[in-house]
Design a protein around this ligand. Sequence first.
Ligand SMILES: Cc1ncc(COP(=O)(O)O)c(C=O)c1O
Length: 376
Amino acid sequence: MGFVAITEDYPWDKLAPYQARAAAHPDGVVDLSIGTPVDPTPVPIQAALAAAADSPGYPTVAGTPAVREAIVAWFTRRRGVVGLTVEGVMPTIGSKELVGLLPSLLGIGPGDAVVIPASAYPTYEVGARAAGAEVLATDDVDAWASDPRVRLVWVNSPGNPTGEVLGIERLRAAVDAARAIGAVVASDECYAELGWEQPWASDGVPCLLDPRVAGVSHEGLLAAYSLSKQSNLAGYRAGLLAGDTALMSRIVLMRRHLGLIVPGPVQAAMVIALSDDAHVAAQREIYRRRRETLLPALLAAGFAVDHSEAGLYLWARSLDGADCWVTLDRLAGLGIVAGAGEFYGPGSEHHVRFALTATDARIAAAAARLRAGARS
Ligand SMILES: Cc1ncc(COP(=O)(O)O)c(C=O)c1O
């Protein structure tokens, strides 16, 4: 599949007929296909944005001292990272652009290969192909550990769409194998604050830069994070990157050439969002309740829910073995729309992805319809 082939249509457009059928439900559609936050942006974050509205000069690509210090403090306080300095961090314009552009920013191109998860957020592949690189979609380290073409390995934990969390050992195996062939490991951790069950570690979702994973240095490692989900800031476009200082200098330089700069008022808002843990805890409880409403209803309606131990999705498959399109049709009859497993790569065709990003009322409506559908 070439780059043109993957960009000439947008996979989510294939959901339109299911959305139309679901919209005919007398109480309206419950659309759980896309993970866009619906709860308000916390007022102190809005106030920080507004207070910085007078912003005549260009902001810096590397970030204000305040935002860089807030990023370092967050990784240290919330993720157990040791030894990070302001030279090892930068803000990004949300994390999607960084995911899409990272191969190009690192100078990866034709003849190189990028490893992505087997079931993956589509932008890892788009970014690799945009740079002209090959894509290896696998969760098996042995499949690429002796491949000299590999220059970048993406890991995504907690994963989208699966909600799987990679423990210390799995992350460490990827890091050791990548370092042995001189490849960079980039970890997309945008759901890290949304852990529900913790079979992997008692102290939270492990970070790539945790010393138990990275060892004594961050060499060859980059961790991406986003404030979209934890702080309801998707509209601000507020992400961040941390890790190897030499890689960071190169990425900052390229982004200066390209003008990829986080707007000054957004940088000011990020400082507040990163410094306050209370609003994140409150938002986590909102999603926990929604998950506790939807998950048992899915089980009652004949679904198995795989992984989903963290993050904003329930990764479900119908126990009758139906493929995602058959399941989506059944759901549309109940006025519910979910994401198609097929969008996330080969092997995911029997799954559908339910996002927890709908209001309490809409999640409750979805649960009631699933239970009623199971009885009829
Ligand atoms: C795995 C993953 N990475 C990155 C993003 C991008 O998030 P944002 O650009 O809002 O930071 C998303 C959004 O849903 C995602 O699921």
